[in-house]
Every structure is written in C-alpha cells, then in structure tokens.
Design a protein around this ligand. Structure first.
Ligand code: G6P
Length: 489
C-alpha cells in the first residue's frame, strides 16, 4: 500500500476510537519567542520534530513536550495547552515546564552529555553525573504525571520519542498497565561494549522494557539492543520474534525506518516562490560559472562538518580546475551551546573554515560560506533546489532526514547527494554517492565525481531515490508503528 496523509488519517480514525492519542517528546514542535512584531514562533531544527509534525497534523491528539521557548508561557491556557499549528490548529500542544536545574541536569547533562555521545560512536566520551541522573529521573516522572493527566482515565495510546525518556514507559505502565505504550529511539543504539560504560545502564534497559513496542531505525540497532539486554539484565530475549520478556510481559523490538512528508516538500519545491528564491540563490553563485554545494545541519560533532571542510580542502588541492568555481554553503543553527563540547566544536568549525578560506581565497571568491542561522522549511527547500550537490557527512547518525529532504526537494530530478555510509539513510539510498567522512581523499574524489556526473546519470540516480522516499514516507512509518500498537490493544 502507498501510504499518504489521508490513508493514515482514516486508519487512525478506525483504530483510535475512544482512545486518547498522546505523543511525548522533549523538543516541542513550536517555540514562541519575543520579536519586534510581538510574540512569534519558530519550528525547531530537529529530525524528530520534522517527522512527528505531519503525523500529528493528520491524526490530531495531544503532544506533550518541554516548553522551552522564551515566550511559551504567554500563549498557553490554564492547562498549559495551545492549539497548533498556530495558523490552522489540528492538535493540542501541552507544555511541561522545567526549572533551570531540571533542564541543566536532564536535557544538557544526562541526555546530551551522557546518552547522546554514548549512542553515537564518534569517539566523544560520555559524561555521567549522579546529579544529572537524579534530574533525568525527576523529569521522566514529571512527564509521566502529564501523560496520566492527559489520559483523563480513558484508554489510550502513548507514543514516546527518543533518548530523553528511557524511564517513562515503565513509569506509565506502573500507573496505567492498560495503556498501549510505544517508543521510538531516534538515534543509533550502540553495541554492548559501548553501552557497558553507562553506570545506570540496567535502570535504562528496565525502563525501556516498559514499552509494548520499542522502535529503532535499523534492524542492526534492534540487534544491538537485544544483545545489550542479553548481557546486562535478567530477561528472555527471543531472536525469532525480536522480543524481550521481563516480569512476564513482552516488548516487541522492531525496525521502522523514519522518513519525511515527501508530498509536502515536493509541493513546496514546485511552487513559484521556491523557483524564484532558488534562482536568486543560484544567481548569487553562478555569476562566473560556479558550482554550488550545500550542507544543512545543526552544529553538532556527530554531523562531520569539520571532516566535510577537510574534504573540500583536499578536493581543491587535488583538482585545481575547480578553484574559484566551487562554493560550498554550510547552513544551520548552533545547538546545545551550553555544553562545553558543543562550544568547542562550534569554535573549531569556524576556525577550520577560516583556515581553508585563507588558504584558497581569490580576489572575489572563497570556497566556504557558513551561515549559522535557523532556516524556515521554504528556505531549506530553495537552497536544496539551487544546489548542484548536497553533502551529508555524519560520522554516525540514526537516519538523517536532511538527506531525504534534499531528495524530495529535487522535483527536477537533478542534483547529487553525497551521503555518509554511517547514516542510517545510506541503507535505503544506495544511489547516493557514498562517502566515509574520515577517508578524506576518497571523500574529495566523490565531490569531483558529483560535479562531473553526466545529467543522465544524475537523473537516473535521483529518480530512483525519489521513488524510494516517496514510497517509504513518514505516513508509512507512522502507519506501521500504529498497526503494531493496534495489535497490542
Ligand atoms: C536529534 C534528536 C531529537 C532532537 C534533535 C535536535 O534529531 O533525535 O530528539 O530534537 O536532535 O536536538 P535538540 O537537542 O535541539 O532538540
């Protein structure tokens, strides 16, 4: 079946019936802020939020998330609710407030200095502090209270997102064993050797086994998880069924490769406005027959931004004909900047860019332009359409939705995707030009291959990738998870 918004909507209507449908995540879909025009909002740069937004818009329900925007409190009602999307409300956002101490310990500390580097194999050492763990537990409990309130004593489906809430499903089940709980882990699950350094590993594993269904992007991550369970806690691991039984209750462990709303992005990409904007962007670069490359990421050490710049440096060294003719735009917001490692990375990215630009710059040309900005989806799509190539060079990534967004934006079936073999997306997109971000020479060669690829070859590869992403869209992802939840009801 070819899933789309309407099919998912009808499917949800049939299965939800009298059930409450609740999604929980740390990052919220809209952040309100003060501006010259009063209170406005932005949508965050988050693969998780990108995927969940179209589902909530199609299905309705309540999305519980941390209210982290500076003006968030101004716009909610007495129940901390706000109807969203703001211009055409389709579901309820319930904001949960965290104190600074809770945010520091739970979000910055345990989730992003502990679990994030633990799960991504990028040679960045995780830090586990007892006080962060305490806050992590406390915030998981706080979200559990919010879930129980939003259920209003009715039967329900609760769909939890990501590594911020590894204890939540167990807490919910302790209070409401009848509720169907599923969780999706949006980042990789590490192998058991990497996981063993986590001092709270057993509690985390036990917490996750409160879920009826636990989803990862890849079968490989499911296998890592089953192995981790097998070697750490008392439970029956069934490799035939891909399940774990603990305290007599079974949790299904399943791979659901996440995706995007392909149709919506293609529609934006085909609009007159995007055509105009992308022609404008190209105009800026094509003045003297220049090629344009683009990369869009949060500034995060897992994304391989420095490796990408090093490959551009090597490419210019090896292939002098491209000097003065290739410009690479690196776009995307700074991220998690209160964490020292992110501050250092942010500085290092800038330093490396300046060094490379100084080395190669000509009178009116420099190879790398970086804008540390948050772009609207319309702008992202316009840059994708304007570019000759897009680079996704994550050192490790659960899926990477930027790669899929680039493909959806190329309604002209043109453009080349250079994709890290260490991003989950690489399994679904073999027609991309594969790179190992740490193999700098090969990476540089692939940039040249992309720029010299024949138009027919580009179209052939892009058409295949577009077919694949169109079929395996985010509604299919959600539909498959909901089908499993329905079986549990
Ligand atoms: C990853 C995580 C998401 C998170 C996003 C942005 O994609 O899986 O849960 O929202 O990064 O990070 P942030 O910390 O800004 O929410």
């Amino acid at each position: 079946m070819n899933w789309n918004k309407e099919i998912l909507k009808n499917f949800v209507k049939k299965i939800i019936l009298d059930h409450q449908f609740i999604v929980v995540s740390c990052r919220e879909p809209y952040l309100h802020a003060y501006s010259n025009q009063g209170v406005t909002y932005i949508t965050p740069a988050s693969g998780m939020a990108t995927a969940i937004m179209p589902i909530m818009t199609a299905c309705g329900g309540v999305w519980i998330a941390h209210g982290s925007g500076e003006a968030d409190r101004e716009v909610v009602d007495e129940l901390d609710h706000i109807a969203v999307p703001p211009e055409d409300p389709k579901y309820t956002l319930r904001r949960v407030w965290l104190s600074k101490e809770e945010e520091d310990g739970f979000y910055y500390g345990y989730a992003n200095e502990g679990l994030w580097p633990l799960s991504h194999i990028v040679y960045s050492r995780p830090t586990f502090r007892a006080k962060d763990w305490e806050m992590y537990r406390r915030v998981n409990e706080k979200f559990c209270e919010a879930v129980i309130q939003e259920l209003h004593g009715k039967p329900g489906f609760v769909f939890i997102q990501d590594y911020h809430f590894s204890l939540l499903s167990r807490l919910i089940k302790n209070k409401r064993p009848d509720v169907v709980v599923a969780q999706f882990w949006h980042i990789p699950w590490p192998n058991r050797e990497a996981f063993r350094v986590c001092p709270h590993g057993d509690d985390i594993l036990d917490g996750l086994l409160g879920n009826d269904i636990l989803g990862f992007h890849l079968r490989y991550h499911c296998l890592n998880f089953l192995e981790t369970i097998n070697h750490n806690i008392e439970a029956i691991v069934n490799y035939e069924r891909f399940s774990v039984t603990r305290y007599g209750r079974e949790s299904l462990i399943r791979a659901f490769p996440i995706s995007i709303d392909f149709a919506a992005i293609s529609e934006i990409a085909s609009s007159e406005e995007t055509e105009k904007r992308s022609a404008e962007i190209r105009g800026d670069f094509r003045v003297r027959d220049k090629w344009l490359g683009v990369g869009i990421d949060r500034i995060d050490y897992t994304k391989g931004i420095i490796e990408r710049f090093a490959a551009i440096d090597c490419f210019l060294e090896k292939y002098p004909a491209f000097r003065g003719k290739f410009v690479f735009m690196q776009l995307g917001p700074i991220s998690r900047i209160r964490i020292p490692k992110y501050r250092e990375y942010n500085d290092a990215v800038y330093r490396v860019m300046v060094e490379i630009n100084d080395k190669w710059k000509l009178k009116d040309w420099q190879p790398i332009i970086m804008k540390k900005i948050h772009l609207s989806l319309g702008e992202v799509v316009a840059y994708f359409r304007a570019a000759d190539l897009c680079i996704v060079s994550s050192i490790h990534d659960g899926m990477n939705l930027v790669a899929k967004e680039f493909i959806a934006a190329r309604v002209d079936h043109d453009g080349v995707l250079l994709l890290s073999q260490f991003a989950g997306a690489a399994r679904e997109l073999p027609e991309a030009l594969m790179i190992n971000p740490l193999a700098v020479d090969q990476f540089a060669d692939q940039i040249r291959n992309a720029l010299e690829m024949s138009p027919e070859e580009k179209t052939r590869r892009m058409s295949k990738m577009r077919n694949s992403v169109e079929r395996n869209n985010v509604f299919r992802w959600a539909g498959h998870i909901l089908k499993e939840m329905k079986k549990e009801r």
